[in-house]
Structure formats: C-alpha cells, structure tokens
Design a protein. Structure first.
Length: 411
C-alpha cells in the first residue's frame, strides 16, 4: 500500500500533494507502542577461525531460530518469485565473487544453512539495494531518480525502509552518548534475526557489533578503548537523476560493499580520528550515512559513493541542531529534502512530525548541556520516533557502555 502511494506521490504536483495531506488521504503504518525490551542473543565470532566456519555455531544453534526464520523469509518472498530472483541473482552474477574472506564466509553460511549460495550472496547487498526505494521526488531541488530499466522487480524486495535514527549527544555528565534505532521491516521476520557478536583475535575482543543473521557485515559496531569509537549505518537515498544506476554500476564492478568496508575499519583501526579518516576516504558502493562517536567527539558523514557530501560535527554549528547534539534519520534535512515529510515510519510525516522532528522536540525541551542517557533512550522509544525498530543502543565509548536491546511492541 505504501509503495503504491509513493508511486502516486511521485506523479503529483506539490499543490496536489499538499491537498492530500490536508485531507489526511495518505497514511503510514508502523509498529505500535513499546511494551518493554528484551536482551538479544550474543555470540563470539573468532577471526582466527577459517572464514568458512566462523558462523557455524550460530546457524547450528537451533534455540535462536535464525535458520528457520531465514528459510521462512526465503520461501515466502523469493522461492516462488523467479522474476525477482533472476534480477537479484543476475546482479550477483555480474558482480562476481566477493573478496576471498567475505566470499568464504558467504559460502560457509550457505553450506551450514542449506540456503542457495546465490541468495546468501545477494542479501549481502541489502543496504545498497535498499537505496533504490526512493519514496518521493524532492520538488524543491528536483532530487528525483527512476528505477533503472529491467530492474522493476527490485521493487518487490521485501526488506523495507526508510528507517533508523541516530543521535550523538554531549550529556550533562560531560561525556558523549550515542543513541541508535535500527528500523527494519518486515518486522515479524527481521526482529527474529538480530543478534550481537564479539569479534575476537587471539582470544581478545577486537570489536563488537550488532548483526543480522545471514549477513556478514557490520550494521552497528563499537571498538572499545581509550580512543575507541562506535559506528552506525543509516540508509541514505540517492539525490540525483542517475544515482540508482550509479549504485548498480558499482555493484556490477565489484566495489566493496559499505558494511564490509566498515567492518574492516573496526577490525584494523583502533582510534577515532583514524577511523573517521578511513571512512571519509573510502569508496562506497552506494549512498549512506555513517554516524561515528568517540570520547567527547562525534560526527555524521553523509556519503555519496565517492565522497562525503555533508558533515555534521558535534559541538560545531550545524543546521537546525543545538551545539550539544547531532541527529540524522534517512533524509538530507539540511538540504530541505521534502521526502522526509512523506516518511510513513513511526506514524509520522504526512502532516505529523517526522522521526527527526519528533526526536528534536524532545531533545530541545531540555536546557543545553543537560541531556541525559535516560532522555536519549526515552526519545528512541517515543511516539513518531519509534518505528519498525528491531534494535536499540545507547553507547558511550568513554565509559565502555554498550547498552543494547530490542523493543517489544504491545499486541
């Protein structure tokens, strides 16, 4: 329904869209109120082990239900949709094998799960392919793109955004906290696939990460240490005609996937400044927001595939943000991206607050430098901010805090 409405909206004039908004003719949907929170399954992933066996113990653990859920996901959305799988597997075929380490992990996951290897490889591109889901044209800046020819079947990819909220805040205790919602639909499936992992070498933690079963890359991660850092990924949509095809061309060419780039930064880079520099200089396969926090530091990098196009730095002057926090969801609000106002997640948009605006209203209700981790967490769970949220985190690198959970929604 939402996708149909988005397609209609792309063809409407701004006057007509405003009329629909005034009449309340467009409505969104998301999960309900939060009834509580639950802990996530946690595993150790040994980077000294052969890549092809690193996930065997996770998939083989039937108590987590991961393999059964992924099979349900495959059977429900892919097994009988040859047009979609032909397109999806075709991208993987043109792309070819991943780098040796990642490819071995993919093959190992396919072996232990019994899933088709091409399917496992294809879902490694989920963050990049999600950027194809352009909700509505930006009438102000003509930021509009089209689905590339013969790729229309990709509109049936079941994982859905936009989603995610990231906040980095200087709190009243003088330290920096990083608050994060990961919103990922279909909720009934994705909520059953989230876990956390500690990646080790020589028996010692290198970094920790929130993971999605079947996906080898980092979504939210943290490297502990006196100069450590945390990193979050949020979907960012293309901002120009041809951006979708540009992303596909990067996939075809075998450019390293964004999440793998971030995973290797976490694995090889110990300090905040060096990690920010590495992410800034890296080539990405698609647009994306990279949200990074450290000891009394924080930055949000709005990434195009080849460069950073906008930077929000904690403590500096930023568009419509106080000096004690920076925030991003999935839209370039600093460029007045009108697509934010058509975001149905969190029951917002369409004349109601977007996730960002709702979050900022709560943050701005406090005095500057009086934010608290408790307020950040309540903001993540507030009306219009919470969406199809499958993972939440409040992180503080200076204090070594990795407070992660999954919201439980009221029936």
């Amino acid at each position: 329904k939402l996708q149909f409405l988005y397609l209609i909206a792309q063809r409407l004039t701004m006057k007509a869209v405003c009329a629909l908004l005034a009449l309340g003719c467009i409505a969104g949907a998301s999960a309900g109120a939060v009834a509580g929170h639950r802990a996530l399954p946690h595993y150790t992933i040994d980077l000294d082990a052969a890549p092809g066996t690193r996930y065997d113990h996770i998939v083989a653990d039937t108590s987590n239900g991961f393999n059964a859920t992924v099979w349900n996901f495959y059977d429900k959305y892919f097994a009988n949709d040859k047009i979609l799988t032909d397109v999806l597997y075709g991208i993987a075929d043109i792309r070819g094998k991943e780098n040796a380490e990642m490819q071995a992990e993919v093959e190992g996951l396919a072996r232990i799960s019994g899933l088709p290897e091409k399917f496992v490889q294809a879902i490694q591109m989920l963050y990049e392919l999600q950027t194809l889901m352009v909700p509505i044209a930006n009438f102000t800046h003509k930021q509009v793109d089209v689905m590339p020819p013969k790729m229309e079947a990709l509109t049936r990819i079941p994982w859905r955004g936009p989603g995610c909220t990231g906040i980095i805040a200087q709190c009243a205790d003088g330290t920096v906290y990083h608050a994060r919602n990961l919103d990922f639909a279909p909720l009934d499936i994705m909520s059953k696939l989230v876990y956390t992992a500690t990646f080790t070498k020589n028996g010692t933690e290198v970094f920790r990460s929130q993971m999605v079963a079947g996906y080898t890359q980092v979504v939210t991660g943290m490297r502990m240490g006196a100069d450590g850092y945390a990193v979050e990924r949020n979907t960012r949509y293309t901002t120009h005609l041809g951006g979708n095809m540009e992303m596909l061309m990067h996939l075809y060419a075998g450019r390293t996937l964004n999440g793998w780039t971030l995973r290797k930064v976490l694995e090889t880079t110990a300090s905040y400044d060096a990690a920010v520099a590495a992410v800034t200089e890296a080539k990405f396969a698609s647009t994306e927001y990279t949200i990074m926090s450290g000891v009394k530091k924080g930055v949000i990098l709005s990434r195009a595939p080849d460069r950073v196009v906008h930077t929000q730095t904690l403590g500096k002057a930023n568009f419509e943000e106080r000096s004690d926090y920076i925030i991003i969801t999935n839209f370039d609000f600093f460029y007045h991206d009108i697509r934010e106002w058509f975001d149905p997640t969190g029951h917002g948009g369409f004349g109601k607050p977007s996730r960002r605006v709702a979050a900022q209203a709560l943050l701005n209700a406090t005095a500057v430098n009086e934010l608290t981790p408790e307020l950040l967490f309540s903001t993540l769970n507030a009306q219009y901010v919470i969406a199809d949220t499958v993972f939440q985190a409040v992180i503080n690198v200076e204090k070594g805090l990795w407070n992660v959970s999954q919201p439980v929604f009221a029936a």
